[in-house]
Write a protein that binds this ligand. Structure first.
Ligand code: NAP
Ligand code: MG
Length: 480
């Protein structure tokens, strides 16, 4: 078994007190991928100091030169695609096809941001006097802490790290404890591409110790976090004490509205992809399907057949369409919510139990007659559980879709152009899909939620990422 290390100030190091944790395969519980350091407060402080020391030289490197390193990272990810995707499936559980899609995305994110070196600039603003040049200059924010979840163990780190580095920031990166190896492979690619010492530091270990130290440090200038609402809210409170810039992207309870004119096959295809793809473990997963009453029976019947036909198993095996829950805890949460739904009086149509053995498998599950105020209609489960909520008409469906604390992604299935645009304009969600699954994002477009799905501060991805990762200086040059 391999003992992996942290990467601090350009060196691979163990935790200073020698403690480690195990990384296990959720599809095959006797498969241990390796051990990782449980970093101490002192280790994290060293990583923060290294990032501060490396900052001036990295920030002053011409942006196209930084971009050249990102371009190399992209090519290394491409060359190691199969190897990284296999590790991703082994530690997180998603199918190899899903994992390959994710690594491809990380590769493309680095390729996209490598070009930012040539593009990102300031603005020249008309002056109100002659003989004055008035302009803005984008500067890196400084040292940024990146704290990421397990469900996209390379794409999310990539979409934070690539813009952070492109705009001249240095990084301390803390991956989720369920998926440290995929994250480490990204660090290996950065090292191979020639990232200078101290620019990227990698610390694994408990969210409480590593995360808290990063978030509470006055030497960290920005925190970009993706994860649960409860952890995110704690981070916000803590970071505010130092006025540290914060970006939080958190949970969802994403609706798809199926209107009565919808093609049932399309509706099933989109909601199966959104709800059961990635084992329902996506922040943008479809978990509420709000269906107009007149077609609800027909839709529900087709969903039962679709859920029954999905092959659940080890994501490394051919033909498997849905992998396991990531952990014993997540499996327990899924099963608990299924029990809660039954107690609340929703009708369990299909699934509802553990599936197979040797891993944390759960059946694709569909509830019908869910009332929108029930807990299974309001709370994020993060598993393959779809709640069908029946609606009288479009207005009722929209009210139900919006009647919730989250606002990440939302979809409508319809060919009615007028209603589709009404939905786009009136839904409280940061990502809106028409005749597409709630999941799936373009890396070049802004991404972020509304309401409690986000801190509502800065968007991620595409050119929007520049707002979080830079600060703007305004310069007045009197030359008259
Ligand atoms: P989580 O439990 O909130 O953990 C996220 C990260 O925060 C992990 O690296 C975790 O470390 C760390 N952490 C834990 N406690 C911390 C603390 N006190 N201070 C600082 N960091 C701390 O979330 P998760 O279970 O990994 O991921 C699932 C959640 O992520 C879901 O709610 C999902 O909706 C959300 N998510 C949102 C998006 C989005 O873009 N909106 C995308 C994907 C996922 P450990 O792993 O060591 O505990
Ligand atoms: Mg967790």
């Amino acid at each position: 078994m391999q003992n992996y290390k942290n990467f601090i100030d350009g060196e691979w190091v163990d935790s200073s007190d020698g403690k480690t944790f195990e990384n296990r395969n959720p599809a095959k519980l006797d498969d241990v991928l390796g051990t990782f350091p449980l970093a101490t407060v002192g280790d994290v402080e060293r990583a923060i100091d290294a990032a501060n020391a490396a900052l001036p030289a990295w920030a002053n490197m011409p942006a196209p030169n930084r971009g050249a390193i990102l371009d190399k990272v992209s090519r290394i990810l491409d060359a190691r695609m199969g190897e990284i995707a296999t590790v991703l499936t082994r530690e997180e559980g998603k199918t190899l096809a899903e994992a390959t899609g994710e690594v491809t995305r990380a590769r493309d994110i680095f390729r996209y941001h490598s070009g930012e070196g040539w593009r990102a600039g300031g603005a020249v603003i008309p002056s109100n006097t002659n003989g004055e040049l008035l302009y803005t200059r984008r500067e890196p924010l400084g040292v940024v802490a990146l704290v990421t979840p397990w469900n996209f163990p390379i794409a999310i780190p990539a979409w934070k790290m690539a813009p952070a580095l492109a705009y001249g920031n240095t990084v301390v990166f803390k991956p989720a404890s369920f998926t440290p190896q995929t994250a480490l492979m990204l660090i290996e690619a950065l090292i191979e591409a020639g990232i200078p010492k101290g620019v990227v530091n990698f610390v694994t270990g408990s969210g409480r110790t590593v995360g808290d130290t990063l978030v509470g440090s006055p030497k960290v200038h920005g925190v970009s976090f993706t994860g649960s609402v409860s952890v995110g809210m704690g981070i916000y409170e803590k970071a505010m004490k130092n006025l540290t810039r914060v970006q939080l992207e958190m949970g969802g309870k994403n609706p798809t509205i199926v209107l009565k004119d919808a093609n049932i096959d399309t509706a099933v295809k989109m909601t199966v992809a959104g709800g059961f793809g990635l084992t329902g473990q996506a922040c943008t997963a479809t978990s509420r399907v709000i269906v107009e009453e007149s077609i609800a029976d027909e839709y529900a019947k087709a969903m039962v057949a679709a859920a029954r036909s999905l092959k659940v198993g080890n994501g490394l095996e051919g033909g498997v369409q849905m992998g396991p829950a990531v952990s014993q805890d997540q499996l327990q949460t899924d099963l608990e919510y299924i029990g809660i739904g039954q107690k609340e009086g929703a009708k369990l149509l299909v699934g509802g139990s553990q599936a197979g053995d040797g891993g944390y498998y759960v059946q694709p599950t569909v509830f019908d007659h869910v009332e929108s105020q029930m807990r299974i209609g309001q709370e994020e489960i993060f598993g393959p559980v779809i709640s069908i909520i029946r609606a009288k008409d479009f207005e009722d469906a929209l009210a139900k879709a919006n009647g919730i604390g989250f606002g990440l992604a939302a979809a409508v299935i319809t060919n009615d152009l007028q209603k589709a645009f009404q939905f786009a304009n009136r839904i409280d969600a940061g990502v809106v899909k028409i005749n597409e699954p709630t999941t799936g994002l373009a890396l070049q477009a802004p991404f972020g939620g509304f309401k409690h799905s986000s801190a509502n501060t800065f968007k991620e991805q595409g050119q929007a990422a520049i707002e979080f990762y830079t600060r703007t200086k305004t310069i007045y040059v009197g030359h008259g």
